[in-house]
Design a protein around this ligand. Structure first.
Ligand code: CTP
Length: 372
């Protein structure tokens, strides 16, 4: 890894720190070590150029093809993916000059993430915050594995994703829940936003930072999830249900904490929750694409894929992404292996890899359907 700071970046963190952390020489201008022709060589030899944080000034210089320091020279010579992670104040991000510069860079194939929303360097808050470093690192890893993973093919598309796991209250302190972390749903949301979609996530008990450029609506129970997803679905082109939805809920939530007492344990009567995916399929708009996820373990009646095929048919969705979760695989981990099933196309088998890589494959399949 080579760090190429701008002159402004060196006011925040000195060159010695970058050199020590990257174990490489750190130059900022094109004149140092000119015998190595760094202004051309670094860009030509890079597998990925990541600009983080990308300021309004840097985006402007990049959009205009300026080459007044080493970093902007690299941007002109690089033929690998270029990923910008913007950070600036809201006014600067929303200024027509920046909006135009970002559009120009995206049109030329650069990947410009949306900034996150939240506290900025002053007392102000809003869009403009640097996306979470972990999220930037995931995108960088994705692009190093699959340089073509982030086309702008979902521009103008509205996407709704459910993520996490629902909780059904038993009493004020207990619930029936599951182990879903929401990572796969958030990875799908982050990748869809980076591919240009307008993304709403219905997040059931997810303890992860919101992906940059994504609207998160928080819910707890299956009924709340159904309400939020069904409302957002009315305007959606694509719906992806990754949430682990409880099939049953206690018929009533005890008003007070249930005490152990001396008696035998009490039974908890259960009522059936709506099958949200099925209901979405039944009320779908023409052209709307609906994707389900199924975490399966094989059993004596069939293997993981056999269960997946039956579920695809039962639910009636366009695509079903089947994960093998036997022996604690998938839950809470950042990588996954899966098969994308559809009624009318060949299975897509995906090897173990980061959840963003699986997300990119799901969006490829969705995108192919949207354009056919
Ligand atoms: N799902 C849903 N509503 C439910 C249950 C599941 O929308 N009440 C969705 C999930 O979000 C997922 C898909 O359906 O996209 C498959 O979830 P799964 O729990 O595997 O389906 P079930 O119908 O509960 O099947 P099983 O008989 O295996 O429990």
């Amino acid at each position: 890894m080579i760090v190429v700071p701008t002159a402004a970046a060196l006011r925040f963190v000195g060159a010695a720190t970058w050199a020590a952390l990257s174990h490489n020489r750190v130059d900022e201008d094109v004149w140092t070590h000119a015998q190595d022709v760094p202004h051309v060589r670094l860009g030509q030899s890079a597998d990925l150029v990541l600009v983080a944080p990308a300021t309004a000034d840097l985006l402007a210089r990049a959009a205009h093809g300026q080459a007044d320091d080493l970093l902007t020279n690299i941007l002109l010579t690089a033929r690998c993916p270029v990923l910008f992670a913007p950070a600036m104040h809201t006014e600067m991000w929303e200024h027509p000059a920046t909006v135009d510069n970002v559009a120009v860079l995206r049109r030329r194939g650069a990947i410009v993430l949306d900034p996150a929303e939240g506290r900025l360097t002053g007392t102000d808050t809003g869009p403009g915050r640097l996306p979470e470093p972990a999220e930037i690192a995931e995108f960088a890893e994705l692009l190093l594995t699959r340089p073509d993973a982030l086309p702008r093919d979902l521009e103008g598309r509205r996407v709704v994703i459910s993520a996490g796991g629902t909780r059904e209250a038993v009493d004020p302190v207990r619930f029936l829940g599951n182990a879903s972390s929401g990572r796969q749903g958030y990875a799908l949301a982050a990748v869809a936003a980076a591919r240009g979609a307008e993304v709403v996530v219905a997040a059931a008990n997810v303890e992860l930072p919101a992906p940059a450029g994504v609207e998160v609506r928080r819910v707890v129970s299956a009924i709340e999830l159904a309400e939020v997803v069904e409302k957002a679905a009315q305007a959606a082109d694509v719906i992806v249900m990754t949430a682990a939805v409880a099939d049953f809920r206690p018929t009533a939530t005890a008003e007070h904490k249930i005490k152990k007492g001396a008696a035998e344990p009490t039974e908890i009567p259960l009522a059936r929750n709506p099958d949200i995916l099925r209901e979405l399929v039944q009320s779908r708009r023409p052209g709307q694409i609906i994707v389900g996820f199924a975490a399966e373990t094989g059993d004596e009646t069939g293997d993981v894929l056999a269960h997946g095929r039956v579920k695809l048919q039962r639910k009636g969705c366009d695509l079903l992404v089947v994960n093998d979760v036997s022996q604690g695989r998938a839950f809470g981990r950042s990588d996954n292996a899966a098969v994308i099933l559809s009624a009318d196309a060949a299975d897509v088998t995906l090897a173990h890899g980061p959840k963003t890589l699986l997300a990119a494959a799901v969006w490829d399949a969705v995108s192919a359907r949207l354009s056919s």
